[in-house]
Design a protein around this ligand. Structure first.
Ligand code: CP
Length: 317
Protein backbone atom coordinates (compact mmCIF):
# COMPACT_ATOMS: atom_id res chain seq x y z
CA UNK A 1 0.00 0.00 0.00
CA UNK A 2 1.60 3.29 -1.12
CA UNK A 3 -0.82 5.74 0.58
CA UNK A 4 -4.00 5.60 2.69
CA UNK A 5 -6.28 8.39 1.50
CA UNK A 6 -9.79 7.02 1.98
CA UNK A 7 -11.74 3.91 2.94
CA UNK A 8 -13.73 4.17 -0.28
CA UNK A 9 -10.63 2.81 -2.07
CA UNK A 10 -10.38 -0.31 0.12
CA UNK A 11 -11.78 -3.66 -0.97
CA UNK A 12 -13.07 -6.15 1.61
CA UNK A 13 -9.96 -8.36 1.53
CA UNK A 14 -7.61 -5.45 2.11
CA UNK A 15 -9.79 -3.98 4.85
CA UNK A 16 -9.93 -7.30 6.74
CA UNK A 17 -6.16 -7.65 6.34
CA UNK A 18 -5.58 -4.24 7.92
CA UNK A 19 -7.82 -5.19 10.86
CA UNK A 20 -5.95 -8.50 11.21
CA UNK A 21 -2.53 -6.83 11.14
CA UNK A 22 -3.79 -4.41 13.82
CA UNK A 23 -4.84 -7.47 15.82
CA UNK A 24 -1.30 -8.81 15.48
CA UNK A 25 0.08 -5.45 16.65
CA UNK A 26 -2.26 -5.11 19.65
CA UNK A 27 0.06 -6.46 22.34
CA UNK A 28 2.79 -4.05 21.23
CA UNK A 29 0.31 -1.18 20.91
CA UNK A 30 -0.88 -1.79 24.45
CA UNK A 31 2.70 -2.18 25.71
CA UNK A 32 2.15 -5.75 26.90
CA UNK A 33 5.35 -6.64 25.01
CA UNK A 34 8.35 -4.47 23.95
CA UNK A 35 8.29 -2.29 20.85
CA UNK A 36 9.11 -3.80 17.44
CA UNK A 37 12.18 -2.84 15.33
CA UNK A 38 10.08 -2.97 12.12
CA UNK A 39 10.37 0.71 11.09
CA UNK A 40 13.83 1.46 12.52
CA UNK A 41 15.50 4.10 10.33
CA UNK A 42 12.16 5.48 9.06
CA UNK A 43 10.82 8.93 9.92
CA UNK A 44 7.12 9.76 10.19
CA UNK A 45 6.10 13.43 9.98
CA UNK A 46 2.81 14.36 11.61
CA UNK A 47 1.52 17.46 9.79
CA UNK A 48 -1.50 18.79 11.64
CA UNK A 49 -3.12 21.89 10.19
CA UNK A 50 -6.18 21.27 12.42
CA UNK A 51 -6.37 20.50 16.13
CA UNK A 52 -6.25 16.92 17.35
CA UNK A 53 -5.68 14.94 20.52
CA UNK A 54 -6.43 11.28 19.72
CA UNK A 55 -5.25 11.05 16.12
CA UNK A 56 -1.99 12.97 16.52
CA UNK A 57 -0.92 11.25 19.73
CA UNK A 58 -1.90 7.77 18.58
CA UNK A 59 -0.01 8.13 15.29
CA UNK A 60 2.98 9.26 17.35
CA UNK A 61 2.63 6.29 19.72
CA UNK A 62 2.13 3.92 16.78
CA UNK A 63 5.26 5.13 14.99
CA UNK A 64 7.38 4.92 18.14
CA UNK A 65 6.16 1.41 18.97
CA UNK A 66 7.44 0.37 15.54
CA UNK A 67 10.79 2.14 16.30
CA UNK A 68 10.28 4.94 13.73
CA UNK A 69 11.36 8.50 14.46
CA UNK A 70 8.60 11.11 14.64
CA UNK A 71 8.57 14.78 13.66
CA UNK A 72 5.44 16.65 14.71
CA UNK A 73 4.23 19.85 13.08
CA UNK A 74 1.24 21.86 14.28
CA UNK A 75 0.06 24.77 12.16
CA UNK A 76 -0.53 26.82 15.30
CA UNK A 77 2.74 28.61 16.11
CA UNK A 78 4.27 27.72 12.70
CA UNK A 79 5.07 29.76 9.58
CA UNK A 80 1.60 28.90 8.23
CA UNK A 81 0.56 32.05 10.14
CA UNK A 82 2.91 33.96 7.78
CA UNK A 83 1.15 32.52 4.75
CA UNK A 84 3.34 29.48 4.02
CA UNK A 85 1.50 27.00 1.76
CA UNK A 86 0.91 23.25 2.16
CA UNK A 87 3.41 22.64 -0.66
CA UNK A 88 6.17 24.73 0.92
CA UNK A 89 5.47 23.37 4.41
CA UNK A 90 5.59 19.76 3.18
CA UNK A 91 8.75 20.34 1.13
CA UNK A 92 10.44 22.10 4.06
CA UNK A 93 9.82 19.12 6.35
CA UNK A 94 10.75 16.67 3.56
CA UNK A 95 14.09 18.46 3.23
CA UNK A 96 14.84 17.41 6.81
CA UNK A 97 14.10 13.79 5.84
CA UNK A 98 10.83 11.91 6.15
CA UNK A 99 9.41 8.69 4.78
CA UNK A 100 5.71 9.15 5.57
CA UNK A 101 3.42 12.12 6.15
CA UNK A 102 0.36 11.90 8.36
CA UNK A 103 -1.74 14.87 7.25
CA UNK A 104 -4.72 16.52 8.90
CA UNK A 105 -6.08 19.51 7.01
CA UNK A 106 -9.27 21.55 6.86
CA UNK A 107 -9.50 21.21 3.06
CA UNK A 108 -11.32 18.16 1.67
CA UNK A 109 -8.92 16.50 -0.76
CA UNK A 110 -5.73 17.86 0.84
CA UNK A 111 -4.23 14.40 1.40
CA UNK A 112 -4.98 13.28 -2.17
CA UNK A 113 -3.49 16.51 -3.47
CA UNK A 114 -0.29 15.96 -1.51
CA UNK A 115 -0.07 12.29 -2.55
CA UNK A 116 -0.57 13.08 -6.24
CA UNK A 117 1.39 16.31 -6.43
CA UNK A 118 4.95 15.08 -6.83
CA UNK A 119 5.95 17.79 -4.30
CA UNK A 120 7.40 15.16 -1.97
CA UNK A 121 8.45 11.54 -2.22
CA UNK A 122 6.74 10.08 0.85
CA UNK A 123 3.80 7.90 1.75
CA UNK A 124 0.74 9.96 2.66
CA UNK A 125 -1.77 8.93 5.31
CA UNK A 126 -4.96 10.95 5.56
CA UNK A 127 -5.61 11.85 9.20
CA UNK A 128 -8.77 13.79 8.36
CA UNK A 129 -9.36 16.17 5.43
CA UNK A 130 -12.18 18.66 5.82
CA UNK A 131 -15.54 16.92 5.63
CA UNK A 132 -14.21 14.26 3.23
CA UNK A 133 -12.67 11.29 5.08
CA UNK A 134 -10.87 10.09 8.19
CA UNK A 135 -9.89 6.57 7.10
CA UNK A 136 -7.96 5.43 10.19
CA UNK A 137 -10.96 6.45 12.33
CA UNK A 138 -13.22 4.28 10.16
CA UNK A 139 -10.75 1.40 10.47
CA UNK A 140 -10.46 1.69 14.25
CA UNK A 141 -14.25 1.88 14.54
CA UNK A 142 -14.68 -1.29 12.44
CA UNK A 143 -11.97 -2.97 14.51
CA UNK A 144 -13.68 -1.93 17.77
CA UNK A 145 -17.07 -3.26 16.60
CA UNK A 146 -15.55 -6.55 15.43
CA UNK A 147 -13.59 -6.93 18.67
CA UNK A 148 -16.62 -6.25 20.88
CA UNK A 149 -18.71 -8.75 18.89
CA UNK A 150 -16.17 -11.52 18.42
CA UNK A 151 -13.37 -10.99 20.99
CA UNK A 152 -10.43 -13.34 20.53
CA UNK A 153 -12.19 -14.95 17.54
CA UNK A 154 -12.13 -11.69 15.51
CA UNK A 155 -9.26 -12.45 13.14
CA UNK A 156 -10.34 -12.99 9.52
CA UNK A 157 -13.91 -11.83 10.09
CA UNK A 158 -15.79 -9.13 8.22
CA UNK A 159 -18.95 -7.41 9.53
CA UNK A 160 -21.49 -9.25 7.42
CA UNK A 161 -25.02 -8.51 8.66
CA UNK A 162 -23.89 -6.31 11.56
CA UNK A 163 -26.33 -3.41 11.98
CA UNK A 164 -24.74 -0.03 12.69
CA UNK A 165 -26.66 3.20 13.25
CA UNK A 166 -24.73 6.48 12.91
CA UNK A 167 -26.39 9.47 14.57
CA UNK A 168 -25.96 13.21 14.34
CA UNK A 169 -23.98 15.74 12.36
CA UNK A 170 -23.49 13.61 9.24
CA UNK A 171 -23.09 16.50 6.81
CA UNK A 172 -19.86 17.78 8.41
CA UNK A 173 -18.52 14.36 9.40
CA UNK A 174 -15.52 12.81 7.69
CA UNK A 175 -15.84 10.06 10.31
CA UNK A 176 -19.35 9.22 9.05
CA UNK A 177 -18.17 9.09 5.43
CA UNK A 178 -15.21 6.81 6.17
CA UNK A 179 -17.47 4.58 8.25
CA UNK A 180 -20.21 4.39 5.62
CA UNK A 181 -17.76 3.25 2.90
CA UNK A 182 -15.78 0.87 5.11
CA UNK A 183 -18.59 -0.70 7.13
CA UNK A 184 -20.69 -1.39 4.04
CA UNK A 185 -17.64 -2.81 2.22
CA UNK A 186 -17.26 -5.16 5.20
CA UNK A 187 -20.90 -6.23 4.83
CA UNK A 188 -22.54 -4.18 7.61
CA UNK A 189 -25.99 -2.63 7.22
CA UNK A 190 -25.61 1.09 7.96
CA UNK A 191 -28.44 3.45 8.83
CA UNK A 192 -28.11 7.18 9.47
CA UNK A 193 -30.22 9.27 11.84
CA UNK A 194 -30.01 13.07 11.76
CA UNK A 195 -32.03 16.26 11.52
CA UNK A 196 -32.74 17.15 7.89
CA UNK A 197 -30.32 20.08 8.08
CA UNK A 198 -27.43 17.78 9.03
CA UNK A 199 -27.89 15.15 6.29
CA UNK A 200 -25.83 15.68 3.10
CA UNK A 201 -27.58 16.28 -0.22
CA UNK A 202 -25.79 13.30 -1.79
CA UNK A 203 -27.31 10.83 0.68
CA UNK A 204 -29.44 9.16 -2.02
CA UNK A 205 -26.29 7.81 -3.67
CA UNK A 206 -24.90 6.35 -0.41
CA UNK A 207 -25.40 2.63 0.42
CA UNK A 208 -27.40 3.45 3.57
CA UNK A 209 -30.90 4.14 4.84
CA UNK A 210 -31.61 7.50 6.48
CA UNK A 211 -34.24 8.80 8.90
CA UNK A 212 -34.81 11.56 11.46
CA UNK A 213 -36.17 9.39 14.28
CA UNK A 214 -33.64 8.29 16.92
CA UNK A 215 -36.26 6.64 19.13
CA UNK A 216 -37.34 4.36 16.26
CA UNK A 217 -33.68 3.57 15.55
CA UNK A 218 -33.13 2.61 19.20
CA UNK A 219 -36.26 0.42 19.17
CA UNK A 220 -34.80 -1.42 16.16
CA UNK A 221 -31.98 -2.71 18.45
CA UNK A 222 -28.88 -2.07 16.32
CA UNK A 223 -25.66 -3.93 17.17
CA UNK A 224 -23.81 -0.61 17.35
CA UNK A 225 -24.92 2.98 17.86
CA UNK A 226 -22.33 5.55 16.80
CA UNK A 227 -22.95 9.05 18.14
CA UNK A 228 -21.17 11.84 16.22
CA UNK A 229 -19.82 15.10 17.55
CA UNK A 230 -21.84 18.19 16.67
CA UNK A 231 -19.21 20.20 14.77
CA UNK A 232 -20.22 23.72 15.76
CA UNK A 233 -16.95 25.10 14.36
CA UNK A 234 -18.02 24.10 10.81
CA UNK A 235 -21.50 25.67 11.12
CA UNK A 236 -20.63 29.13 9.89
CA UNK A 237 -24.24 30.13 9.26
CA UNK A 238 -25.53 28.98 12.65
CA UNK A 239 -26.71 25.72 14.16
CA UNK A 240 -30.23 24.56 13.37
CA UNK A 241 -31.80 22.94 15.32
CA UNK A 242 -30.54 24.76 18.40
CA UNK A 243 -28.64 22.87 21.10
CA UNK A 244 -31.63 22.27 23.36
CA UNK A 245 -33.74 20.88 20.53
CA UNK A 246 -30.83 18.79 19.25
CA UNK A 247 -30.18 17.22 22.67
CA UNK A 248 -33.91 16.48 23.07
CA UNK A 249 -34.44 14.88 19.63
CA UNK A 250 -31.03 13.46 18.65
CA UNK A 251 -28.99 13.21 21.87
CA UNK A 252 -28.34 9.86 23.57
CA UNK A 253 -29.75 11.10 26.88
CA UNK A 254 -29.74 8.98 30.04
CA UNK A 255 -33.43 8.27 29.45
CA UNK A 256 -32.85 7.09 25.87
CA UNK A 257 -29.80 5.13 26.90
CA UNK A 258 -31.95 3.27 29.46
CA UNK A 259 -34.14 2.12 26.54
CA UNK A 260 -31.19 0.89 24.48
CA UNK A 261 -30.95 -2.87 24.04
CA UNK A 262 -28.54 -4.45 26.53
CA UNK A 263 -26.42 -5.81 23.64
CA UNK A 264 -26.09 -2.54 21.71
CA UNK A 265 -22.61 -1.05 21.98
CA UNK A 266 -22.13 2.74 21.97
CA UNK A 267 -19.36 4.41 19.97
CA UNK A 268 -18.20 8.01 19.71
CA UNK A 269 -15.07 9.13 17.82
CA UNK A 270 -14.38 11.93 20.31
CA UNK A 271 -14.07 14.61 21.41
CA UNK A 272 -17.51 14.32 23.02
CA UNK A 273 -19.94 17.14 23.72
CA UNK A 274 -21.38 15.61 26.89
CA UNK A 275 -24.97 16.67 27.43
CA UNK A 276 -25.45 17.53 23.74
CA UNK A 277 -25.04 14.42 21.54
CA UNK A 278 -24.24 12.00 24.37
CA UNK A 279 -24.94 11.78 28.11
CA UNK A 280 -22.37 10.72 30.68
CA UNK A 281 -24.68 7.81 31.53
CA UNK A 282 -24.08 6.45 28.01
CA UNK A 283 -20.46 7.54 27.53
CA UNK A 284 -19.24 6.06 30.81
CA UNK A 285 -21.31 2.87 30.71
CA UNK A 286 -20.13 -0.71 30.23
CA UNK A 287 -21.76 -0.64 26.78
CA UNK A 288 -19.55 2.28 25.71
CA UNK A 289 -16.48 1.41 23.62
CA UNK A 290 -15.25 5.02 23.48
CA UNK A 291 -11.97 4.34 25.30
CA UNK A 292 -11.54 1.01 23.47
CA UNK A 293 -11.71 3.04 20.26
CA UNK A 294 -8.80 5.17 21.49
CA UNK A 295 -6.76 2.11 22.51
CA UNK A 296 -7.51 0.33 19.23
CA UNK A 297 -6.50 3.46 17.31
CA UNK A 298 -2.86 2.81 18.16
CA UNK A 299 -3.02 -0.76 16.77
CA UNK A 300 -4.75 0.39 13.59
CA UNK A 301 -2.24 3.20 13.02
CA UNK A 302 0.64 0.78 13.59
CA UNK A 303 -0.85 -1.48 10.92
CA UNK A 304 -1.28 1.40 8.47
CA UNK A 305 2.22 2.81 9.02
CA UNK A 306 3.66 -0.69 8.63
CA UNK A 307 1.83 -1.19 5.33
CA UNK A 308 2.69 2.16 3.75
CA UNK A 309 6.31 2.13 4.91
CA UNK A 310 7.17 -1.49 4.21
CA UNK A 311 5.76 -1.49 0.69
CA UNK A 312 3.77 -4.53 1.78
CA UNK A 313 0.23 -5.05 0.51
CA UNK A 314 -0.56 -7.05 3.62
CA UNK A 315 -0.54 -10.47 1.95
CA UNK A 316 2.62 -11.65 3.70
CA UNK A 317 2.20 -9.70 6.94
N1 CP B 1 -11.52 11.26 16.58
C1 CP B 1 -10.61 12.20 16.32
O1 CP B 1 -10.19 12.41 15.18
O2 CP B 1 -10.19 12.90 17.43
P1 CP B 1 -9.08 14.04 17.41
O3 CP B 1 -9.66 15.22 16.67
O4 CP B 1 -8.82 14.34 18.87
O5 CP B 1 -7.88 13.51 16.71
Amino acid sequence: MRHLLSTRDLDRTTAVRILDIAEDMADVAQRAVPKLPTLRGKTVANLFFEDSTRTRLSFEAAAKRLSAEVITFSAKGSSVSKGESLKDTAQTIAAMGMDAVVLRHSASGAAATLAGSGWIDAAVVNAGDGTHEHPTQGLLDAYSIRKRLHGAASRGRDLDGVRVTIVGDIVHSRVARSNVWLLTTLGAEVSLVAPATLLPGAIDSWPVTASHDLDAAIAAKPDALMMLRVQAERMTSGFFPNEREYAREWGLSAERFARLDADTMVLHPGPMNRGLEISSAAADSARSVVLDQVTNGVSIRMAVLYLVLSGNDGTDA
